[in-house]
Design a protein around this ligand. Sequence first.
Ligand code: ADP
Ligand code: MG
Length: 411
Amino acid sequence: MKFEQYHLLPLIKENLQLLGFKKPTDIQFRAIPPIMNGEDVLAIAQTGTGKTAAFAIPLIDYIAKNKKFVKNKYIKCLVMVPTRELSIQITDVFNKIGKGTGVRSMSLFGGVDQEPQMKQLANGVDVLVSTPGRMFDLVSQGYIDLNHISTLVLDEADHMLDLGFIQDIKDVMRHIPNKRQTLFFSATINDKIRKLAYKIVKNAIRIQISPDNPVNKNIEHAVSFIEMDDKRFFMERMVNENPESKILVFVRTKVRAERVFKALERAGIQSATIHGDKEQKDRLKVLNEFRSGAVNILIATDVSARGIDIADVDFVVNYDIPEQPENYVHRVGRTGRGDKKGYAISFCSKEEKPLLKAIEEYIGSSIDPLKIDKELYTETISFTNDETQNDWRGLLKDEEEGKSKKTKKGR
Ligand code: ADP
Ligand code: MG
């Protein structure tokens, strides 16, 4: 079935064509009709399979068709997302699909001045795509009226219903009419969260695509066993062997991100970092540079693991093994998007083996090991462009040679 055959506004169909969307993806095929019928939906589909448009298309269509009947000043649809970057990205999808329809979408998030946001809100907004914190602030200050919301979407739903966000979500939900449509979208979900979702909505239609393995089949993923201190040399080698590639590197902490950045810099490799300690404007700038290709290597913490859609990420590197098994799925899911192929490699040290095991249990299959023979391993850690390492290695070598000479003498 093609988009042409849907009962959608012709303008929306034109916009989809401009985006190069000819036919719906599986999740779009399954989710668009019930959403158009006003049903509640819990949709689980792999990363990069077009979940955003699966809810954006029917919602824009509904709002545009009902513009005449609903008062213009009210917010009609609220999309809640975990990060500011995702809020901007999803608003962009709404704007592209809704171009010319008169549907007004807005991105709302914290860490920036509230004034311009209030102004835009006062001008009238139909679809608000927001992070929970700023949303909660503005609602409790009485600046946002959620009384006329007809659809609530939780994207990355399992994350939004998890500990860090659930209180804000619950508080925001108290301001939204009970009689509404609720949509949950994610690539992962566990039983506890599923139950919680079903508590929020009574008769949600459940759509689950490929539940057996949550890792998208477009992604080839493997693991290499590399000691913690050697990881940077393998990173350096990988970058040098793939000079044209766009590589997204995930690390465990903000401090690690900066450390890997410095290690690469010492080896003459330019990269950028993105994590929660960075100013909002810097985060957006870095992400745009990575998107445009001005920077080819981005070192990130899990803040960027969810939802970010950059079409041409060639490799995901788990420089550190993620501590939450589902984050493995989200991290590697930043590559292999749409119909593109992707490749992901995890660097696993001795200490991280239990984490790897937990991931394998979670995804229900083992991750192929990429064998590195001894020779290659030694070669990789000895051939760094990092002068300080060579100096250090040299010193160490001298020292060792000195020692061995001494021991020889002593014998
Ligand atoms: P998800 O939320 O499932 O991870 P996204 O909504 O971010 O995935 O979409 C992934 C990519 O697929 C995007 O780059 C998007 O433009 C593309 N895409 C979405 N729907 C279609 C379609 N029907 N045909 C072609 N490409 C699509
Ligand atoms: Mg998504």
